[in-house]
Design a protein. Structure first.
Lengths: 222, 222
DNA sequence: TCCTCAATGTTGTAATTACAACAGAAATGT
DNA sequence: ACATTTCTGTTGTAATTACAACATTGAGGA
């Protein structure tokens, strides 16, 4: 457990909390670290979630399966992100997503009940933590709206240009790497992979973008 | 101001707070009520948001305009909902949405800075409020994921069936009213209105659904 | 080095959609 | 009651997409 302290204390979840406090809090919240492997389900659709899952290392896809069996990638999460945080506040709500591990991952698991209810020895901690949780959830909210913007574009071309332009803005540079392979990007943008590949080629040949594997360059201001 | 107290105290934002406390809090948070008319913009894309907007009465559309001029309705909000709550936690982030008033609306406006920082006389209030904010944002988050599910369906038919089936589940009945007119529903589901009308007719003639104006009935379990 | 397999790119076709144009219905104001 | 306007439904056509089938590329292992 101790070997993860440096990772844990750098997460936004424990922002504003000193090293000594951290140890007390982790005990108080029943914190432990669990390893997941490629394809492991961390959260399953239909489950009730009562823990906070903080990614210390690795990559997690938040997915949903349609009634007709197609996969939707809602978001991709990395170190310092929380998984299914919104589900923890309402005990009676079932998870509406799956969280699937991509490659190896280390997840810190905390008991939300213990985090959210006051106790004598750590009143201030709880207060800081809940503020941090609110901030983290806000960020996720804004990203979900951005995803809605991306997939709400009318054509494959517009979806790609909107997505790439948003990524470019986030990276603050015209050259950047995207976290998806082609199939994942297609699942994220809700389009057919091969049709997307075709449109990417077209955009490249028109000189609007350039790319090699996951490295993209935007040639124009959208 | 006093005449709105009953509405305010019934909102989830002030859940768990007594009448006497409420008055103190509203003063402490610099709360006031503002009236908006049809078409008024409550939040504009690009603004920095530092206030909490609680809808006391009326209807608000959270919208986004695409680069190409088409409207996307992200969500529709009513009494007891907060507008742009996620934007308030990160001071440096510009609003990525417009919030537009539909018809008349009454909005309670609070100063978030005063809500989120401690003061001597109301420490406990702040603590309750931030918990409530977390809960509210969680709910909104879950709804955004539901919207992503709706618009991620492949065909107009699947989008309609998924949306209607989700609405039916939320209302816990097969007969329910939807909050959108046809154009708004099309903007919400990201499809063409006339194509949607056509598909609705088809679903009705096939006996899968029935509807009259905004009242819908689902005839099958999806 | 060669083989294998997974990822990516390309193409043709059938299905789906957007769009425009218009018709009918319902709501609104006078 | 009538006129006007807004909302909803219908239809044909051009544009876009999904899908299947196959080609190419590239990485990793034997």
């Amino acid at each position: 457990m101790e070997k993860y302290y440096s990772k844990i204390k750098n997460s936004p979840l424990f922002c504003g909390i000193t090293d000594e406090e951290l140890e007390k809090m982790l005990k108080c919240f029943g914190g432990y670290v669990k390893k997941y492997e490629d394809g492991d389900m961390i959260i399953r659709q239909g489950e009730t979630i009562s823990k906070i899952y903080l990614i210390l290392d690795g990559e997690v896809n938040v997915e949903k399966e349609t009634y007709w069996g197609r996969r939707i990638i809602i978001q991709k999460l990395y170190a310092n992100n929380n998984i299914g945080l919104a589900l923890v506040a309402s005990k009676n709500i079932e998870a509406n997503i799956n969280a699937m591990c991509v490659g190896h991952a280390l997840i810190l698991i905390l008991n939300y009940e213990k985090c959210s209810t006051m106790c004598q020895n750590a009143c201030m901690h709880h207060s800081i933590l809940i503020r941090n949780l609110f901030k983290i959830l806000s960020k996720e909210n804004i990203e979900l709206i951005e995803k809605i913007e991306n997939i709400s574009q009318k054509t494959i071309r517009d979806k790609l240009l909107t997505y790439l332009s948003n990524e470019s803005q986030k990276h603050r540079t015209n050259i950047f790497e995207i976290p998806f392979n082609r199939q994942e990007l297609a699942d994220y943008l809700n389009i057919d992979r091969s049709a997307m590949s075709f449109e990417l080629s077209k955009l490249k040949s028109e000189g609007l973008i350039d790319y090699k594997k996951n490295k993209f360059a935007l040639k124009v201001e959208i």
